[in-house]
Each structure stands twice: as C-alpha cells, then as structure tokens.
Design a protein around this ligand. Sequence first.
Ligand code: NAP
Length: 281
Amino acid sequence: MNKLYGLIGHPVGHSMSPLMHNDAFRQLGINGHYHAFDVREEKLSEAVNAMRVLNVTGFNVTIPHKVAIMNYLDEIDEEAKMIGAVNTVVNIEGHLIGYNTDGRGYLTSLLRLLKKPLKDSNILVIGAGGAARAVVIAMATHGVAELTITNRTREKAVMIQNHCKKIRQDINVIPLDNAKKIADKYDIIINTTSIGMSPNIDAIPFPIENIKQKAILSDLIYNPLKTKWLELGEKKGLTIHNGVGMFVEQGVLAFQKWTNQKPNSERMTEVVIEKLGGSTC
Ligand code: NAP
C-alpha cells in the first residue's frame, strides 16, 4: 500500500521537502508519497487529527507550527522537549510522537567540514530564535571549548543560556558590539538569524574584518545558497558552510525515523541545490 508522508506549515508553497523526500522514496523503491499541506494556525488541531485519522505515516512541521504542535502530540522525545519545538512526527497506529532533527542535522553537516575537533573549538552563535536554540543545544550536547551567544535582543539569548544550564553551565551571552571586537577568538561563527535571506540579500549579520583566517563561517540560510556574508568570507579566504547541509540532514534523520531506511544524502543535496539553482559550499 502507498504510504503517505507530509509537511504541515504556512506557507509551504516554496518548500523543497516534497521534492527531496519523493526523490528518496523513488531511489529506495519505497511506495510512499510526501505532500505539503498548507495549514493555517487556527486549523492546526484539526490538521493534526486529520494526520492521525488518515494514517499519515510521518510528517514534518514547519513555521509557524513547530512549537504549537507540541500541544497535540501523544509523546515528545527528550531532545525535542529540550529544544522546545518539533519538526518531525512519527505516527504509530494513531499515536503521534514528536522529534526535533534540526540540531543534529546541523551538527552532522558541520562535522563533515571540520579540520579541528569541535571539542577544541570556540563557537559564536549569532541569533537566539528557534534555529539558534536547536544549534546551541546540539553544540552543548556534543561538547565544544567555548560557546557564546550574541543577539539583538539580549533577553532571548539569556533565555537559551538559562534553558541549557542542565547541559552546560558556562554558555556566555555577550552584546553584539563586544562580539565584534573579539571576533578573532572564534573558530566557528554561526549565523542563525534571517539577516541576508532572500529578498534582503545585501544584508550581513556580522562584520568579517576581525574574524581570523582559519575560521569557519556557517550560515543557516540556504536561499540564497551563498549569502553576502558567506561571499565576503570566501573572498577573505575563510571556510564557508551554508544551510543546505542542515536542511538535507534534518530530512535524512526524519526519513530514517519514518522508514528505518537511510536515504542517500548526497543525492538529496543535489536535488535541493538543483532546485535552488546553484552549487554548494
Ligand atoms: P526566528 O525564531 O524568528 O529567529 C530569528 C532570529 O534572527 C532572532 O534572533 C532575531 O533577533 C534575529 N533577527 C531577525 N532579523 C534581525 C535583524 N534585522 N537584526 C538583528 N537580528 C535579527 O527564526 P528561526 O526559525 O530561528 O530561523 C532563523 C534563520 O534560520 C532563518 O533564516 C531560517 O531560514 C534559517 N533556518 C534554516 C534551517 C535549515 O535547515 N538550514 C532550519 C531552520 C531555520 P531578535 O531576537 O532580536 O528578534
């Protein structure tokens, strides 16, 4: 029987998940179909129930439902609870279990690029929204030398700092101006804000000047594939890392939870990059 998978969010028209997962189903000979469902906030409860009743085997959750969906699930994995958001749901005979694969997906894509162990690296995270939370928790859980958050709204960064105390007590929160002055101490600088995302492609989240030559610039944004920030970093000779890896790897982890099979992440990356009309970095 053809199994149904999907995505709920609003809007979902530009999502690359259907293309990526349907291609993986074909590649693995799985009789499955992934569909993007456009669900408005006030319809979330009904939509989740529909997923249950229609026996949708698994689904992703995106903006604006990642937090609110937690109210409608039967079980939530510890990591998703810690992150405070769900991006993947598995339906076992009407019992809905929520997971969050964003942080681990990010970590998997970053680890591939590293020349120096993450455990010996000083990390600066710019931003303190939902994506930052997943990234900070993944970093704190994995273990890094120093972990610092900087954000326009300091209170939000402090919230993440406090929330993570169970995993790590010494996460720093510093103002953006301070971070700019001491930028050369960081081995990896991660932009988790939406600054530089299409259509505002000329904006950059953090100046490049003081960043050291051996640093990695990592941007969660994948549209455009190479943000202005990454472009400037590349010109300076820094290693750059865009958000495609995170997007693909969170999808790989979701796919595995639904099917117990591992899709080809290189193939998924090609599919996504082709759709975005470019080459990866
Ligand atoms: P979010 O919860 O809305 O958080 C947005 C963050 O950006 C906040 O820290 C916010 O600062 C900051 N920000 C936004 N505009 C700003 C500005 N003009 N100046 C200074 N700071 C600004 O969003 P999110 O869900 O975390 O997503 C953030 C980015 O990550 C988006 O670009 C998204 O596409 C990307 N993302 C990528 C993946 C992937 O798979 N690659 C997955 C998830 C998210 P304040 O706290 O001060 O408002």
